[in-house]
Design a protein around this ligand. Structure first.
Ligand code: AP5
Ligand code: ZN
Length: 209
């Protein structure tokens, strides 16, 4: 199954994808995670994009498209995929349509207050990338990763100014993809407000139809 997860920052795309990938046995390809691992590894690409991610702006299309094209060359992507955070512009969507056919584009719907609450309370483990929320999904021991015991950090782009910028960037550049995919009869709207387990169950049910 070839899926795209679309939706505003903080809607839960990564949280649901990390469960859905096991259910469907397909890789979870998150462009945000790929960029963060380049930053962590200190690669040329990482150096090029670090400040862009921290501000909440988008990485240029050419760079992002090339990275996704490269990821698709890995064997695991041949059986299907969940693309999380790509495409994010019309140019990226046009490029993707030349690379792969899609089964569904899942549009996670969440209101602005909930988006801000989810982003500002998110914490993550730098080495595993595992994501928590200080209220909705707290670690067993406050401030520490359940598995590694390492201190949890806040993403640079979850600081208040960056959150506002990301929301503006989403509205201007990514929200138009909702109509783009609706016109192509690929869009599946999912209410992202319930708990992760409920959202996952709704998604699995909807994909059966
Ligand atoms: P990216 O990492 O993709 O960030 P994003 O799209 O802003 O999405 P988030 O990861 O913030 O949100 P999410 O929907 O995954 O939510 P999560 O599951 O974590 O991209 C980062 C940056 O990389 C971009 O800003 C850009 O610079 C660059 N980039 C990436 N892709 C690009 C592209 N295609 N083109 C150009 N640049 C690109 O959940 C959020 C919080 O809520 C967590 O704390 C979680 O525990 C909690 N939560 C989740 N679900 C629930 C629930 N159901 N109930 C209660 N709490 C929940
Ligand atoms: Zn994410």
């Amino acid at each position: 199954m070839n899926l795209v997860f679309l939706g505003p920052p903080g809607a839960g795309k990564g949280t649901i994808a990390s469960e859905a990938k096991n259910h469907f046995d397909i890789p979870h390809i998150s462009t945000g995670d790929l960029f963060r691992s380049h930053i962590k590894g200190g690669t040329e690409l990482g150096k090029q994009v670090q400040a862009i991610l921290a501000s909440g702006d988008l990485v240029p299309d050419s760079v992002t498209i090339a990275m996704v094209e490269d990821r698709f060359k890995q064997d695991d992507a041949k059986k299907g995929f969940i693309l999380d955070g790509f495409p994010r512009t019309i140019a990226q969507a046009d490029a993707l349509s030349k690379m792969k056919n899609l089964d569904f584009v899942v549009n996670f719907v969440l209101n602005r207050d909930q988006i801000v609450a989810r982003l500002s309370g998110r914490r993550m483990c730098k080495s595993t990338g595992r994501t928590y929320h200080i209220l909705y999904n707290p670690p067993k021991v406050e401030g520490l990763d359940d598995e590694t015991g390492e201190p949890l950090i806040q993403r640079d782009d979850d600081k208040p100014e960056a959150i506002l910028n990301r929301l503006a960037v989403y509205e201007a550049q990514t929200a138009p993809l909702i109509e783009y995919y609706r016109e192509r009869k690929l869009l599946l709207d999912i209410d992202a407000a319930p708990s992760p387990l409920e959202v996952l169950a709704t998604l699995i049910e909807a994909l059966k139809k």
